[in-house]
Write a new protein. Structure first.
Length: 500
């Protein structure tokens, strides 16, 4: 590692909020420090029957983040990069204009579309080609829905850009498709590492709109003259990092071993491991695991789990009813509730985008002949215990698919601030849980920039730096008998789920 210092800027966009974080590397001290300089909400907008991302508001917030770096005295930013959630995209016309607001992945325009695609391609063939978990909001199903319901839009489209690609384009004027996010579309071949043009043609989608993927760490332009003039800033280089936020989060796992299991915990929970190549077995298909491209040629074998969205939606519903409890207060209420009374499968279809999440949870318990949670604390306790038990379920399947055993679980992301959930996870899995860092995706974003700039040698060195710079809290298993009994009940309840 070069003995010097460097300052870069990371934009980390989540499904509910975004952050602009300045990272400073002091290689002589072997430490990274970060400062959040701008935080903003990311609120979808309902227009008629459809749910959209407010993409121009996000662009405005990125500009504000760049301005804030200047106002905070950071005049030596060497590069910037963007990571975000996966699957969603924008379409550009031939003149470079955006064709409509991007759909939100929870929009209902993909309802019923998966089965139509399976009738065209075949479920087994689609998995063999792409290795991706079947989720109704995957890009393939969104595009197929457009092809069936709004073909004129695709006819006018010249370029397909995923959310970070699109925002980069707005900032630089250059169009690029980044590898890790491209692999989440279910249109990317898992073994050839290119767009699967045969699959795209078979579905009647326009193959010419997909740009050749660029590798994580590639330089993909600089702030355009118009942006520099508007913000009165220099032309900062822009780098394509692991632009799927999970790819960046996994970069930041401070693992000491090459083989490790991770949980990126936020609105979504992503639990899995790194493998040298995709796992495309019949068992992986049966269990609906996903294989996503990671930085520097790695593969992420993992499972998407509904995550803290369940609590976020409950809180949003209760706020509409006039309740003002914070997340910390809700967790405290849950802690006081008697354990192991009610369970849900967090991934049941009925929790994807309900009008009233608390009522849906109560209905699930009713449908599965359980005690029905009544208070807010009981509902939150039900969610948290169920998440922890689902983590055990997926961790054990990850071990079977990878052929490896993990002595503990690394958790990164904002969810580690929920210490009760971390403790539940250690107890449910009966393994140590190592929680930290909080800003996993942002840190992964930052260190890939430094690798691209030549300040850090490789991924192993980056993880060592992160471990030396940020605390990791260890949680030890408790109440083995109680959690083992709870797991048996959970598995019985979840077996009745609508999960496919």
């Amino acid at each position: 590692m070069v003995s010097t210092s460097s300052t870069v800027l990371a934009f980390d966009l989540g499904a509910s909020s975004g952050r602009a974080i300045v990272g400073r590397l002091d290689s002589e001290a072997g430490r990274i420090t970060i400062e959040e300089i701008h935080r903003f909400s990311n609120d979808p907008v309902q227009v008629g029957n459809h749910l959209h991302w407010d993409i121009l508001r996000l662009l405005h917030e990125l500009k504000q983040g760049i301005l804030q770096t200047k106002h905070h005295g950071y005049t030596n930013i060497e590069s910037l990069a963007i990571d975000s959630w996966a699957v969603d995209f924008g379409l550009l016309a031939a003149n470079g204009e955006l064709l409509g607001n991007p759909y939100h992945y929870r929009d209902h325009h993909t309802d019923g579309i998966m089965d139509k695609v399976f009738s065209e391609v075949g479920r087994e063939k689609l998995y063999a080609l792409t290795g991706l978990q079947f989720l109704q909001f995957n890009s393939i199903f969104q595009l197929y829905a457009l092809q069936k319901n709004n073909p004129e839009l695709l006819d006018r489209s010249a370029t397909f850009l995923m959310i970070p690609d699109l925002l980069r384009y707005f900032l630089t004027g250059e169009k690029h498709s980044e590898f890790t996010n491209a692999t989440t579309t279910q249109l990317f071949n898992a073994t050839s590492f290119t767009w699967d043009t045969e699959l795209i043609d078979q579905l009647g989608l326009p193959a010419q709109i997909f740009l050749p993927p660029v590798a994580s760490g590639a330089r993909v332009g600089s702030l355009s003259p118009a942006i520099c003039e508007e913000l009165d800033v220099p032309s900062i280089p822009v780098i394509a990092v692991g632009e799927h936020d999970t790819a960046s989060a996994v970069v930041a796992v401070p693992a000491l071993d090459d083989d490790f299991a991770f949980l990126s915990c936020g609105t979504w929970s992503l639990l899995g491991t790194e493998t040298e190549k995709p796992v495309l077995t019949e068992q992986a298909l049966s269990w609906n695991f996903t294989n996503e491209g990671g930085v520097y040629g790695t593969n992420r074998l993992l499972k998407n789990i509904m995550g803290l969205w369940l609590i976020q939606e409950c809180k949003r519903t209760w706020e509409k009813e006039g309740k003002t409890a914070s997340f910390a207060e809700l967790v405290k209420q849950a802690e006081a509730v008697k354990p192991f009374q009610f369970f849900i499968d967090p991934d049941d279809d009925m929790f994807l985008n309900p009008a009233h999440m608390p009522k849906q949870i109560q209905q699930y318990c009713r449908d599965t002949q359980q005690t029905v949670p009544q208070t807010d604390g009981e509902i939150v306790r039900c969610i948290m215990e169920s998440l922890a038990l689902k983590y055990r379920f997926i961790l054990e399947r990850t071990e079977q698919l990878s052929g490896k055993t993990y002595r503990g679980l690394h958790i990164v992301g904002g969810g580690i601030q929920n210490e009760l959930l971390c403790q539940f996870t250690a107890s449910a899995t009966q393994r140590e849980v190592w929680a930290g860092p909080v800003e996993g995706s942002a840190l992964g974003n930052l260190v890939v920039q430094w690798i691209a700039l030549g300040y850090i040698a490789n991924l192993r060195e980056a993880r060592k730096l992160i471990r030396n710079s940020f605390p990791v809290k260890t949680y030890h298993p408790q109440d083995e008998a109680g959690w083992q009994a709870a797991y048996a009940v959970f598995c019985q309840v979840a077996s009745r789920s609508t999960v496919k």
